[in-house]
Each structure stands twice: as structure tokens, then as C-alpha cells.
Design a protein around this ligand. Structure first.
Ligand SMILES: [Zn+2]
Length: 494
């Protein structure tokens, strides 16, 4: 068996992956803060994590994958200041914070499913693990790592040795980064909130000049809980520690996120978890690089570069899997450049690949006695096990298709690779067998065409030929040709 090498941010080098327990992997990936749609930069990270998970599975590991949903505590300022993003979303849309969380969790899950990302084994919500977070803070308090300020309970980073072991930054540099948000009560700029107190409706500054009012007791927040320290809510970082410790137990193998998590979120997760348990918190830390919009700018939800799967792709008639294909063409640790031109060229690349697979199918290559080419499989394992080298893996797919292998062997080999790549080649197979080829070509790109096709399928099943012809004309007006085959309708873009 080929060894698997992964780049571990903790030790700043590629290392052979060895799980804590033979054959089993505990994987924790930081999930979305559900106050808005995910932007395609976020989605790039989830694609990289999906490749990692698929590579682990391909190597024969049993993977337990946890991805949290942040539905409380993530403030607009990463340190501890600003507004809670969920409460902000609630104000923006005139809904409750709970409704916002539910709506955007659903939207997130729809997006990742369009990208053919495997579902995690568990998707815990931070609000369902409040007690675990309180318990963890109590442990830290008992061990003397916490202190209280007027707005919450804080972790004293000066008490934790090697606070910078993940970021590899000098403490001064970390402090400098943290100083952007000033909080004069903090002992060290890098200290972070474990528990924040709810603010009363009337700010303290006004209370001094007016008599006590009943409304002083009413909170500004929708989400808050009782705790030993007062009514409030947990800080963002503590949720990932509490949930990974609870749900993975001692199986703390791999923890992932975007590179923007390294200096604050993951650094703080390590500090508080190791301080509380006295044990190492995760052996491998993997981070995906940013997506840059043409012009070299990092994309964030706060600026006009905010592109979602819907507005950047679906509305423009681009299949979301073309984005996945584009993401695979760049190694996950390299910045990916995004432009409309680049995504259209990715769509062309993927179309070509799908066409080749369809041609192989037409040559009846999916027969039962097909087998995967052993030599190519070894080469494939070598490249994906070399820190998930997906650009090389895609090149290898082309090499297989151009080789002189029999159609059966080509088909079987490429489909085997697709267990890792996840470009939907297996779905084409299933859908053809079910005689619904059209769904594959259209779904997610042209909702109106998909709707008409469904109606036409129904009309044909009812032998309503005039209606079927009428619908064919409608579909053709949208820029597709319709061909009726024994397997079902075959749709092509004109
Ligand atoms: Zn996290």
C-alpha cells in the first residue's frame, strides 16, 4: 500500500499520515457560520476537505467526519468585538436568529450537495452543545486559565506555553494582529472570550444619567443562556473544541479549515483544548488557500466580491461541478485565481471529460467484467497520496483516456479515480441506467429547461404526442436539442 503524505501546518512539512487507531480516522472540519450564503471562496475549502476525506476512504480508512454549524458566538470581529453575525443576520432580514440559522444551514447543504461533497457523519450545531462548552470553560477556570472582565470570561493566553505553535509567528506578531480590536480590560492582546455576557438593552453609559428602568433587564440578544458566570453566550472558538472533544473522543487525527483560521481560531482552539485536557489536541492540521478574484483580491463576505454558487455559476448556466473541476486543477495549498473566463474554461474541460465518458458508454464499456488498470491505479495513488495532488490526478485521467487500453479498462479505471475526484462520472452512469440523462445535463444550470423536460417525460409516458412535440419546441427555444433514444431523452446544448 502507498503511504499517504499530508502537509501538516503544525510542523510546517509534509508528513506520513498515521492515525491514532489503526485504520480509523477522526476528521473535524470547521463548518459554516450560517448568517448568509457561503461564498465560493468558502466553498473551495469544503471541496479541498472533501478530497481529503475521499482520499482517506480510497486508502481504506474508516473515516468519522464531524463538521460543525456555527449558529452562535461568531462575532464580526474575530477577536471578541463587534456584533454576533447571527443576530446581525436576524436584524438585516427581519427574522429571528434561529430562523436565519435554519435557512442558511439548508442553503449551505444544498450548495455542498451540488458540488458533490460527501455529507459529514454529524453536523452538530453550536447551540446544541452549550452545556459541553460551559463544562469546558469550568475546567479551564478550575485550572486557573481564565479571568473575568466587564463583558465576559477570557482565556489568559500568557498562561499557555507555545501559544504560537500552529501559527509559527513570534508572539509580538500575533499580538500586533490582535491589537486591531482594542479591549483595555484584556491582560494580553491575544486573549480571547470563552463566554460573553449579554448586554442589557440600555447601554451602561445612559444608565448613569437616568433612573433604573425595567427594560434594563431586557437583553439585546435573541440567543442567550444561563451560566455560572451570568446570562450570555459562548465565544466562537470554544464550540469547536467542545464538539470535537465530545464527538471524536480520543480520535483526534485531522482538523481542517481555511488558512484564515490558523492565527486565531485554530490557535485558540489548541490553547483552550490542551489547557483543559492536558493532552495533545489533533495531530494533523491542514489548511486550504484562498480564492482570489481576478486582480488578486481575497474574497470576503463583507465586500462586493461576494460571489455565491447561485450568482456566480447557476444563474450564468455554469454547472457547479465545473467549479469543483476548476478547484481540482489548482493544488489546495496554492491560491486559486477566479474569473468568469477561468470558470467557463473549466466548464469546457469538464464537458469534454463527460463527453468522453459518454462515448465509452456508447461502446458498451460499462460491462460487468471490466477491471481497473493496476499500473495506472498505482500512479494515481502516488499522486493523490502526495499531499492530495489533484492537478496531477486530473492529468492522469487524460493519460488513461488517451492510452491504448480497451474501452472497458479505461472506463473502469477513470470511474475508480472518480471516487476521489467526485466529478459525477458515476452519476452519469446511474442516471443513464435510469433513463434520465437529461437531468444530468440540465439540473442546476437551467431550471426552466429541467422543468419542461420533466413535463415532456410525463407527456411521453402518457403517450400525449402533441403535448410532447409542443414541449420539445419550448425546450429548443432555450437552446437545447432533444433526441429520443431507447434509454430516454438525450439533451444537448446547441
Ligand atoms: Zn472551528
Amino acid at each position: 500500500m502507498e503511504k499517504l503524505y499530508l502537509y501538516n501546518t503544525l510542523n510546517k512539512r509534509k508528513e506520513e499520515f498515521r492515525p491514532l487507531v489503526d485504520n480509523k480516522v477522526g476528521l473535524y472540519t470547521c463548518g459554516p457560520t450560517v448568517y448568509n450564503y457561503a461564498h465560493i471562496g468558502n466553498l473551495r475549502t469544503y471541496i479541498f476537505e472533501d478530497i481529503l476525506k475521499r482520499v482517506l476512504l480510497y486508502n481504506g480508512y474508516k473515516v468519522k467526519h464531524i463538521m460543525n454549524i456555527t449558529d452562535v458566538g461568531h462575532l464580526t470581529g474575530d477577536m471578541n468585538m463587534g456584533e454576533d453575525k447571527l443576530e446581525l443576520g436576524a436584524k438585516r432580514e427581519g427574522k429571528t436568529a434561529w430562523e436565519i440559522a435554519e435557512f442558511y444551514t439548508k442553503a449551505f447543504n444544498e450548495d455542498v450537495s451540488k458540488l458533490n461533497i460527501l455529507k459529514p457523519d454529524k453536523q452538530p450545531k453550536a447551540t446544541d452543545y452549550i452545556q459541553e462548552q460551559i463544562d469546558l470553560i469550568k475546567k479551564l477556570e478550575k485550572k486557573g486559565y481564565t479571568y473575568k472582565t466587564s463583558d465576559g470570561i477570557y482565556f489568559d493566553t500568557a498562561k499557555f506555553k507555545n501559544y504560537n505553535k500552529l501559527s509559527h509567528l513570534k508572539l509580538d506578531e500575533l499580538k500586533e494582529g490582535a491589537r486591531v480590536e482594542r479591549n483595555l480590560e484584556k491582560k494580553n492582546p491575544t486573549d480571547f472570550a470563552l463566554w460573553k455576557f449579554s448586554e442589557p438593552l440600555t447601554p451602561p453609559s445612559l444608565r448613569a444619567t437616568s433612573p433604573y428602568k425595567e427594560e434594563d433587564k431586557i437583553s439585546r440578544r435573541q440567543m442567550e443562556w444561563e451560566s455560572p458566570w451570568g446570562v450570555g453566550f459562548p465565544g466562537w472558538h470554544i464550540e469547536c473544541s467542545a464538539m470535537s472533544l465530545k464527538l471524536l473522543g480520543k480520535q483526534l487525527d485531522i482538523h481542517c479549515g481555511g488558512i484564515d483560521h490558523i492565527n486565531i481560531h485554530h490557535t485558540n482552539e489548541i490553547a483552550q483544548s490542551e489547557a483543559a485536557t492536558g493532552r495533545k489536541f489533533f495531530n494533523y492540521w491542514l489548511h486550504g488557500a484562498f480564492l482570489n478574484i481576478a486582480g488578486g483580491k481575497k474574497m470576503a463576505k463583507s465586500d462586493e466580491n461576494f460571489l455565491t454558487l447561485e450568482n456566480a455559476l447557476v444563474k450564468k448556466g455554469i454547472n457547479p461541478l465545473a467549479y469543483r473541476y476548476g478547484a481540482l486543477s489548482t493544488h489546495y495549498r496554492k491560491p486559486m485565481e477566479y474569473s468568469e473566463e477561468a470558470i467557463r474554461s473549466a466548464q469546457k474541460g469538464l464537458d469534454k471529460l463527460w463527453k468522453k465518458i459518454m462515448e465509452l458508454k456508447e461502446q458498451k464499456a460499462e460491462g460487468k467484467d471490466r477491471k481497473v488498470n493496476a499500473e495506472f491505479k498505482i500512479q494515481f495513488l502516488k499522486v493523490i497520496n502526495d499531499d492530495l495532488n489533484t492537478p496531477k490526478a486530473l492529468a492522469l485521467v487524460q493519460k488513461v483516456l488517451k492510452s491504448d487500453l480497451s474501452p472497458e479498462e479505461k472506463f473502469a479505471t477513470v470511474l475508480d479515480f472518480d471516487q476521489v475526484l467526485g466529478l459525477g462520472l458515476d452519476i452519469i452512469k446511474i442516471r443513464v441506467e435510469k433513463s434520465v440523462i437529461f437531468k444530468w445535463d440540465i439540473e442546476g444550470t437551467q431550471p426552466e429547461a429541467a422543468r419542461l423536460l420533466k413535463l415532456r417525460e410525463k407527456a411521453r409516458a402518457e403517450k400525449n404526442w402533441p403535448e410532447s412535440d409542443r414541449l420539445r419546441e419550448e425546450i429548443e427555444k432555450l437552446g437545447y436539442s432533444v433526441e429520443d433514444t431507447k434509454e430516454g431523452m438525450r439533451i444537448k446544448k446547441i
